[in-house]
Design a protein around this ligand. Structure first.
Ligand code: LLP
Length: 440
C-alpha cells in the first residue's frame, strides 16, 4: 500500500497503524485494507477518464474482486459504480449504498449485472432494482424478454460479445478469445439485434466485452476499441439506440518485482484513445465509455498478516515455516501458481537471510503460500505479511478444514476499524441441521 512505512520499532506500518499491534488487537490472519490506497486507485481511474476521454465516462468496480459493504461505500463516495455478478453481490451493493444514504435512482444508474448463467431470481432482482443487465447468451435474452413482458416493466441491457482477442494471461482467467464460455459470438450478433428490435420491454443501450485479467499488454485493449466500435455502428444501423460501450477490466498489477504492468493512467489512455479514434473513423458520436476494473482497483491496498508457527528444516532440501492461514484465505497460489511478495512485519530492519517455503495450515501438501522466498530468520509469533492481497483473496476464501474466514480491518491515518468480523465456530455450524430423528 501507498502508506506503508517502517516505524521506529522497526515494525511495518500501514495507514499509520503498526501491523504487529493490529494483529494483537484483531487477531490473525487479518486482512488490512488501506483506505488511502483504495481511494487513490479510484481517483486515478476516474480522473484519467476525465483527462483522456472527451465523452462521458463511468468507472464501475468489478465487485468479484472483493465485495463487502465498506468497500462499496468507499468506492461509491468516489463516484465509482458497480459490476455485480450474482444476486449476492447485487444485494451487498444495494444494501451498502442504501445504508450510505444513496437514493434509488442513483443506485440503479450505476449497477450492472453480469453473469453467464443468471438465474430467473437474479434477473428478476435486477429488473425490480432497475439496474442494467449485461446479457450473455440467447437463453438469457429470451428469458429476459418474457420476464419483462410479463411484468410490463422494461429493462436496460448491454450485449456481451466475445471479441476474439487473444492475450497472455493464465488460461483460467482469459475470457476474450473465441473459445470462451462468455458472451455472444460475433456471428450471432445480427440475429440478436433483430430479436431485440422486436421486443417491447427491452431497451438495448450498449455493448460489452472483457478480454481477461492480470493483463500487462496494452495492445489487446487497443484492438478491442475497433471491434466494439464496428459492432456499435452495426447495431445503430439496425436501429438500436445504443449509447454505451463497456470495455471490461483486466489491467494487471505488480505482485512481484518482475511484474511490470502499465499504470492505471496508461491503461485508461489506451482504452480512451482507441475508442475515440475508432468512433471518429466510423463517424460515430462518442458513446458513454464504461470500464470495469476489479484487481487494479483493490489489490494493492490490502495486505494479509499471519502469525508464524513452527519451522521444519529438512537438511539440504528445504525449510518450511508455517503460518496460521493459507489456501482458505488466499487460494490464488494453489489455483493459479500466483506469486506474492512477503515480509516479516515484526523484523523490518533485518536482512532477508533465510530461504524458506511458507506453508499454510491446511491439510494438504499443496497448501503453500510461496516456495523458496528470502525472509529474515523467523521465530514463532513473528508476524508475516503478504502484500497485494486485496483482489480475489477474501472473495475467493473458503471454510476448508472448517477454518473461519479472517477478519478485515480498514486503516487510515492511525485509526483502524473492523469492516468484516472474523467467523466464529458458531458461524461455521450456523447453516448445519441435524435430521430430526438424530436430534435429542
Ligand atoms: N469484467 C468482467 C466481465 C470480468 O469477468 C472480470 C474478471 C472483470 C471485469 C475484472 O477483471 P480485473 O480488472 O479484476 O482483471 N480469480 C482470478 C481472476 C478472475 C477474473 C474474473 N473476471 C484471480 O484471482 O486472478
Amino acid at each position: 500500500p501507498l502508506t506503508a512505512k517502517i516505524n521506529d520499532k522497526n515494525h511495518l506500518e500501514i495507514g499509520g497503524c503498526d501491523v504487529v499491534d493490529l494483529v494483537k488487537q484483531y487477531g490473525s490472519p487479518l486482512y488490512i485494507l488501506d483506505e488511502k490506497t483504495l481511494r487513490t486507485c479510484a481517483i486515478q481511474y476516474r480522473d484519467a477518464f476525465k483527462e483522456y476521454y472527451p465523452g462521458e465516462s463511468q468507472v464501475i468496480y468489478a465487485s468479484k474482486a472483493w465485495s463487502c459493504m465498506a468497500i462499496v461505500s468507499i468506492l461509491a463516495s468516489e463516484g465509482i459504480g458497480f459490476d455485480v455478478v450474482s444476486g449476492g453481490e447485487l444485494f451487498t451493493t444495494t444494501k451498502a449504498l442504501e445504508m450510505s444514504g444513496y437514493n434509488g435512482d442513483d443506485i440503479k444508474e450505476k449497477i450492472y449485472l453480469h453473469g453467464n448463467n443468471k438465474s430467473i431470481a437474479e434477473l428478476e432482482l435486477a429488473i425490480d432494482a432497475g439496474c442494467k443487465i449485461i446479457v450473455d447468451n440467447w437463453l438469457e435474452l429470451e428469458t429476459l424478454a418474457q420476464l419483462t413482458a410479463k411484468k410490463e416493466q422494461s429493462a436496460k441491457i448491454l450485449i456481451r460479445l466475445t471479441p476474439g482477442i487473444e492475450c497472455h494471461t493464465h488460461e483460467y482467467i482469459r475470457t476474450g478469445s473465441i473459445d470462451s464460455k462468455f458472451g455472444f459470438d460475433l456471428n450471432q450478433l445480427e440475429a440478436v439485434f433483430t430479436f431485440i428490435k422486436e421486443q417491447n420491454f427491452i431497451e438495448c443501450i450498449g455493448l460489452h466485452a472483457h478480454i481477461g485479467s492480470q493483463i500487462f499488454e496494452l495492445e489487446p485493449h487497443n484492438d478491442l476499441g475497433g471491434v466494439l466500435a464496428d459492432w456499435f455502428k452495426k447495431a445503430l444501423d439496425y436501429g438500436l439506440p445504443l449509447t454505451e460501450l463497456n470495455v471490461g477490466g483486466g489491467l494487471g498489477i505488480r505482485y512481484t518485482e518482475s511484474d511490470d504492468p502499465p499504470s492505471i493512467a496508461d491503461w485508461v489512455k489506451t482504452v480512451a484513445t482507441a475508442v475515440t479514434k475508432a468512433c471518429e473513423e466510423r463517424g460515430l458520436a462518442l458513446p458513454k465509455l464504461i470500464a470495469e476494473p476489479g484487481r487494479s482497483m483493490v489489490a494493492t491496498s490490502c495486505i494479509t498478516a499471519y502469525t508464524v508457527g513452527g519451522k521444519k528444516v529438512i537438511p539440504d532440501v528445504r525449510t518450511y515455516i508455517s503460518v496460521d492461514g493459507g489456501m482458505s484465505d488466499n487460494p490464488r497460489p494453489i489455483t493459479y501458481q500466483s506469486l506474492y511478495q512477503m515480509a516479516i512485519a515484526s523484523k523490518m530492519d533485518q536482512e532477508h537471510s533465510e530461504t524458506v517455503t511458507v506453508a499454510g495450515k491446511h491439510c494438504e501438501s499443496g497448501d503453500i503460500l510461496i516456495k523458496d522466498i528470502q525472509l529474515p530468520d523467523t521465530n514463532p509469533n513473528d508476524i508475516l505479511v503478504v502484500f497485494a492481497t486485496g483482489a480475489y483473496n477474501y472473495s475467493m476464501a473458503s471454510n476448508y478444514n472448517r477454518i473461519g474466514r479472517p477478519a478485515a480491518v480498514l486503516v487510515n491515518e492511525g485509526e483502524s476499524s473492523l469492516i468484516i468480523r472474523r467467523e466464529t465456530y458458531d458461524d461455521l455450524v450456523r447453516q448445519d441441521l441435524l435430521p430430526t430423528r438424530l436430534a435429542q
